[in-house]
Design a protein around this ligand. Structure first.
Ligand SMILES: [Zn+2]
Length: 267
């Protein structure tokens, strides 16, 4: 049987890293993880020369890179649309230079819009961005954690069905928070099946929530539980990237790794 691939790593450089993204990539490899999400959440400040270097170090160490676009994005608001698309495309450009990968972003907020209108605006914006998307990059629409944010699993899958080079970023903790403390991993993975993805991109952490949805990401000792997800992934032989968004990033990635190993999967 061919081997399927599981990538585990932190959202950002490990906590112990001295330096920036470049050093972080080396550190991720040194502790036995195999992916990292470069954080452009507060703006894309990395130049192309550094991006190229990060890509080279990642390649040498077999580290799979993706990035997170700035938080200041709202594709539902016409006044914010152009600046938002620019930010996402700039992050996409940097990930292209690094060798290609997913650029994750939170699509926007409903505001006063009906959900259908919000959907149509996000879809139109994605179609527009794809026209300008640099080589090797994919638009990763994240399932969001607050009821005020566009991005239920159905909405994200819907956009990805109709716009090429758009892929879902399944944030399991957000789905759990949005459903006020419920998640069925099997149903979630079944929901993206029609997209026939070769590889699923995801985020995992534990989470605190209220009736409005997500409050903050937590260390992996509460909920949702990771082990049932690991079992489901192994049962399906699902190719997947799981980015840890826990407050102790890489330590929880290592915990996920040990969980897979205890279930008999060598990573
Ligand atoms: Zn995110």
């Amino acid at each position: 049987m061919s081997k399927f691939k599981i990538f585990l790593g932190p959202a950002g450089t490990p906590g112990f890293t001295r330096g920036g993204t470049l050093e972080g990539v080396g550190d991720v490899a040194a502790i036995g993880l195999n992916c990292m999400e470069v954080q452009f959440t507060h703006g894309v400040r990395m130049g192309t020369a550094l991006a190229k270097k990060c890509g080279e170090v990642a390649k040498e160490n077999n580290i799979h890179l993706s990035c997170h676009a700035p938080y200041y994005v709202n594709l539902c608001n016409p006044k914010k649309l152009n600046a938002s698309m620019k930010r996402i495309l700039l992050a996409a450009d940097r990930i292209s230079v690094m060798g290609g990968g997913v650029v994750t972003f939170h699509p926007g907020f409903y505001g006063k819009l009906e959900t259908e209108e919000a959907f149509n605006r996000v879809k139109a914006a994605c179609k527009e961005m794809v026209k300008q998307l640099t080589k090797g990059s994919l638009l990763g629409l994240e399932t969001t954690g607050k009821h005020s944010q566009f991005g239920t699993l159905d909405e994200i899958v819907g956009i990805c069905k109709s716009v090429r080079r758009c892929v879902p970023v399944i944030d399991f903790a957000h789905i759990y928070a949005r459903a006020v403390g419920k998640i069925d991993y099997k149903k979630v993975l079944d929901a993206v099946k029609p997209l026939q993805l070769k590889h699923v991109h995801s985020h995992f952490s534990n989470i605190e929530y209220s009736a409005k949805g997500e409050r903050r990401h937590l260390v992996l000792d509460s909920k949702p539980k990771f082990k049932p997800l690991a079992k489901e992934i192994l049962r399906r032989r699902q190719n997947i990237t799981i980015i840890s968004e826990s407050p102790i990033l890489e330590q929880d990635s290592l915990r996920m790794k040990r969980c897979f190993e205890r279930l008999g999967c060598r990573l």
